[in-house]
Design a protein around this ligand. Structure first.
Ligand code: TXA
Ligand code: MG
Length: 318
């Protein structure tokens, strides 16, 4: 199959309406899109990405007024949060209606809804008049793509069309939140921070730890977002910076802001991965606000820690 990069939202929408899958730009990362109401089309997403069938997909809609079509018992906090962050990078996990095929939600009774802000994605949504299911457009477990060229590297020969929207302006995925018993939970850290959700909702937001999770969620798997080159955390990045050896450095803390660190995270991992290094070293950014989303991705992408003992390098695998 030949994969081509296209510029026409019309063409992308036409393919989706025909039951095809197309990579589309969003403000966060590129998504691999299909008509969410067409189970055969959605199946193609799982097959193309080699995504395990227990991992539910996010359904993208044009506006908050669509939520009632696909979800029931929507808590008022959703509307409060959406007032500030819609359209944008927040994903709401809600009780699903039967119109959403089981394959979209991997058989669970909730559906993740998101209102993307990227103008091209919105144009496709409008032209299709359908909700669009889309996970990140990478092979399962790999680095999320933030340009059309990245998608090509991931999915060349596996899909026909990639709609080019340039570089994703945010570069890190949406924040996934769920609601239960009047409480709000973060299932995946993302661009909108826990603190921001707390401020707008007036509620405390609880982080779900992997060990406590009742949901099979790829964002919660231990290994994800991973380069092929092993990635290790170090406390001593300067040591590696000064060392003349075949080691890649991904130092996101060196960026001026967490915003920039998040923007460059996947691009830097991908660049380092392409260089043929023996391994890549990295370190965490400040673990607050948006830093949590960055550190979460780094942790899942990593193979463990590297330490220097008596001048010797030792790897501690995770
Ligand atoms: O920014 C984003 O969210 C991007 C763009 C393309 O929209 N999408 C994305 O999708 O990151 P994906 O499939 O790579 O990650 C979706 C996350 C996963 O952690 C998945 O398990 C979780 O959302 N998720 C989806 N439906 C869920 C549900 N019903 N309950 C709990 N978690 C769910
Ligand atoms: Mg993903």
């Amino acid at each position: 199959m030949k994969t081509i990069i296209i510029n026409s939202a019309d063409k992308a929408a036409g393919e989706i309406l025909k039951g095809g899958i197309v990579a589309l730009p969003t403000e966060t990362v590129y998504g691999l899109a299909a008509d969410a109401l067409n189970p055969d089309a959605v199946l193609k997403i799982y097959e193309t990405k080699k995504r395990p069938d227990f991992n539910p997909l996010i359904v993208h809609v044009i506006g908050i007024e669509e939520f009632e079509k696909y979800a029931v018992s929507i808590p008022s906090a959703v509307y409060k949060i959406a007032e500030k962050y819609s359209p944008g990078p927040v994903t709401y996990v809600l009780s699903k209606r039967n119109v959403i095929p089981d394959i979209v939600t991997a058989g669970i009774d909730t559906v993740a809804l998101r209102i993307p802000s990227h103008p091209l994605f919105r144009e496709v949504l409008k032209k299709c008049g359908k909700p669009i299911a889309a996970p990140s457009a990478n092979m399962f477990g790999r680095i999320s793509p933030t340009t059309a060229e990245d998608v090509l590297k991931e999915l060349k020969g596996r899909i026909e069309y990639i709609l080019d929207g340039g570089r994703c302006p945010i570069g890190i995925e949406s924040t996934v939140i769920s609601f239960e018993g009047g409480r709000i939970f973060v299932l995946r850290h993302g661009f909108v921070t826990k603190e921001e959700i707390e401020a707008v909702s007036g509620k405390e937001v609880t982080e779900i730890k992997e060990s406590e999770s009742r949901i099979s969620s790829p964002g919660m798997l231990k290994s994800h977002y991973a380069p092929l080159t092993p990635l290790y955390f170090t406390d001593n990045i300067e040591y590696f910076k000064n060392k003349e050896s075949n080691v890649g450095i991904v130092d996101l803390a060196a960026y001026g802001s967490l915003r920039e660190a998040a923007l460059n995270l996947f691009a830097d991992l991908r660049n380092a991965d392409e260089k043929g290094y023996d391994y890549i070293v990295t370190k965490n950014v400040e673990n607050k606000g948006l830093g949590r989303a960055v550190n979460d991705r780094l942790k899942k992408a990593s193979s463990g820690n590297v330490i220097i003992e008596n001048g010797k390098i030792a790897f501690l695998k995770k």
